[in-house]
Design a protein around this ligand. Structure first.
Ligand SMILES: Nc1ncnc2c1ncn2[C@@H]1O[C@H](COP(=O)(O)OP(=O)(O)OP(=O)(O)O)[C@@H](O)[C@H]1O
Ligand SMILES: [Mg+2]
Length: 231
């Protein structure tokens, strides 16, 4: 269970503060696929980073299965992230001087999986996203969609029970997008918890529930009313 209580995140990039997330409550039970939608700048990525232990909230509580993340040391948080969370970044965050397969096996090497086993599993993960032939290419030699698929493979290699994906189909054509859609369905079938940020209506249609963000806040009921008015 992922629970957020009155979560805030304020950035101070310069003289003016940016209130990226402003008091979000959210409960995502195990085995549920939640989809976050909302305009650019509404705080979707920030929220996902907070849930994924990549950043800490300015105020409020985030719990993962009853463990309050802010009460953990940063080492324990990092360990929990490595063991339980698969994160697909909006901007991929691949390591430029490593090949696709080396990028994909990294989380396993960090988790202590043997080199041989990591390589085998990384190749299988790349195959699942139709990238077998590109396994030895570096990110700069891959298209945006191919890099995105390496990022997805990397997020799934450790079989995390929580998947956080930031626009995982943003750079994909219809066919590879379908494949990612299938992967998401498969994960759901395996009882994994997933939170996916997307603009893609097909991805959204897989959701057990939708979360709408605007100006750092949830506006679910507002958005539902708007859609009903349109109909
Ligand atoms: N590290 C940062 N420092 C300062 N401001 C930031 C930082 N990260 C995000 N912001 C600001 O916080 C707000 C929310 O950003 P966020 O990336 O969460 O939006 P988003 O909903 O993911 O948008 P998009 O759909 O464009 O990806 C934006 O106004 C952004 O400029
Ligand atoms: Mg974003």
């Amino acid at each position: 269970m992922i629970s957020l209580r009155n979560v805030h995140k304020t950035y101070h990039p310069g003289p003016n503060e940016v209130r990226a997330v402003r008091g979000v409550d959210l409960d995502v039970p195990p085995g549920v696929l939640a989809v976050i939608m909302g305009p650019s700048g509404s705080g979707k990525s920030t929220l996902l980073h907070l849930i994924g232990c990549l950043d800490t909230p300015t105020a409020g509580e985030i719990e993962l299965d009853g463990t309050n993340l802010s009460q953990l040391s940063s080492d324990t948080r990092a360990e929990l992230r490595a063991r339980r969370i698969g994160f697909v970044f909006q901007k991929f965050n691949l390591i430029p001087n490593l090949s696709a397969v080396e990028n994909a096996e990294l989380p396993m090497l960090l988790a202590g999986v043997s080199r041989h086993e990591a390589r085998t599993r990384a190749r299988a993960a790349l195959e699942r996203v139709a990238l077998k032939e590109r396994a030895d290419h570096r990110p700069a030699e891959l298209s945006g969609g191919e890099q995105q698929r390496v990022a997805i493979a990397r997020a799934l290699v450790n079989s995390p029970d929580v998947i956080l994906a930031d626009e995982p189909t943003g750079n994909l054509d219809t066919e590879t997008g379908e494949r990612v859609l299938l992967l998401l369905k498969e994960l759901k079938g395996q009882g994994k918890t997933a939170i996916v940020v997307t603009h893609n209506p097909e991805v959204a249609s897989l959701a057990d529930f939708l979360v709408y963000m605007r100006d750092g806040k949830r506006v679910d009921s507002l958005e539902r009313t708007r859609q009903e008015v349109r109909r």
